[in-house]
Design a protein around this ligand. Structure first.
Ligand code: CP
Ligand code: NVA
Length: 299
């Protein structure tokens, strides 16, 4: 693994290696053991979209590994003034040991990787959120003891989270049932991968998706960059809320939400609070999973 651009690029073995190291780093951190495998190294962190979790977990993570993060906002750096990504890639590669980027187009991340001589980590694009789903897989394995054989239900927008959940879960031997409204399907390349992989079903029916599920995923109806569509999306997604009646159809499922959550839209306050421990463990695991990714890529 040279970069983390999307889960489609990773083998099952590579995902497992990240999860195993994430568990080890979490246990070491809780025990107060701080090896510093990235001592003296720096991670440039480019943000062209807002963030709470991704920024704080990467910056804290690189610090705990002995290195340092450098925050670059899209609007305040030359990126916001149109400096080409291939130049940014070559400049940052001369100073830093890795680059994390949160941006819009997946192509920007792929181009960055093509031009950089240091590892690139995708901190969210419109297409994928691989760091999030690695943390989610770590959390599910903690709660359930295993991944293979579990059923995942993904309910809601066929967005970056849907794309990454589908690929990550299938690669780890889980089955996935996704329910998204018409016109809001996951990416075609993901649907093709999932169909070839097997263990995947897709419909507009959220009850069918939830039936017998061990894990229920949902995400916001309007992602960052789609704010103008929010009103139209509220209408389209009205029947796609995870509530108690949906949870009753599951196999006593745990709930995963990458956050931020819009209570009363994609998830009711009752379901959110009943599963808050799982959701905040998921948020915590961003730190551990990303430390594993950084150690493997930059160590
Ligand atoms: N889940 C997630 O990526 O959160 P932030 O947008 O706060 O980084
Ligand atoms: N789908 C959401 C995830 C936020 C972490 C978005 O892209 O805004």
């Amino acid at each position: 693994m040279r970069h983390l651009l999307k889960l489609l690029d990773l083998t099952t073995g590579e995902i497992t290696e990240i999860l195993d190291l994430a568990d080890k780093l979490k246990a070491e951190h809780k025990a107060g053991i701080n090896r510093e495998p990235l001592k003296g190294k720096t991670l440039a962190m480019i943000f062209e979209k807002n963030s709470t979790r991704t920024r704080v977990s990467f910056e804290t993570g690189i610090y705990q590994l002995g290195g340092q993060g450098i925050f670059l906002s899209g609007s305040e750096s030359q990126i916001g003034r149109g400096e080409p990504i291939q130049d940014t890639a070559r400049v940052l590669s001369r100073y830093c040991d890795g680059i994390m980027i949160r941006t819009f187009a997946q192509k920007t991340v792929e181009d960055l990787a093509r031009w950089a001589s240091v590892p690139i980590i995708n901190g969210l694009t419109d297409f994928a959120h691989p760091c999030q789903v690695l943390a989610d897989l770590q959390t599910i394995r903690e709660y359930k003891g295993t991944l293979a054989g579990l059923k995942v239900a993904y309910i809601g927008d066929g967005n970056n989270m849907a794309n990454s959940v589908i690929v990550g879960a299938l690669k780890c031997g889980m089955s996935v049932s996704a329910a998204c409204p018409q016109g809001y399907e996951p990416s075609q390349i993901v649907l093709e991968f999932a169909t070839l992989c097997g263990g995947f079903e897709f419909s507009g029916n959220i009850r069918k998706a939830a039936e017998g599920a061990d894990v229920v995923f949902t995400d916001v109806w309007a992602s960052m960059g789609m704010e103008k569509e929010a009103a139209a999306r509220k209408k389209a997604f009205a029947g796609y809320r995870v509530d108690d009646s949906i949870m009753q159809l599951t196999n006593n499922a745990m709930v995963q939400h990458c956050l931020p959550a819009h209570r009363g839209e994609e998830i009711t306050d009752e379901v959110f609070e009943a599963h808050a421990d799982e959701i905040f463990d998921e948020a915590e695991n961003r730190l551990h999973a990303q430390k594993a990714v950084m150690e493997l890529l930059m160590g």
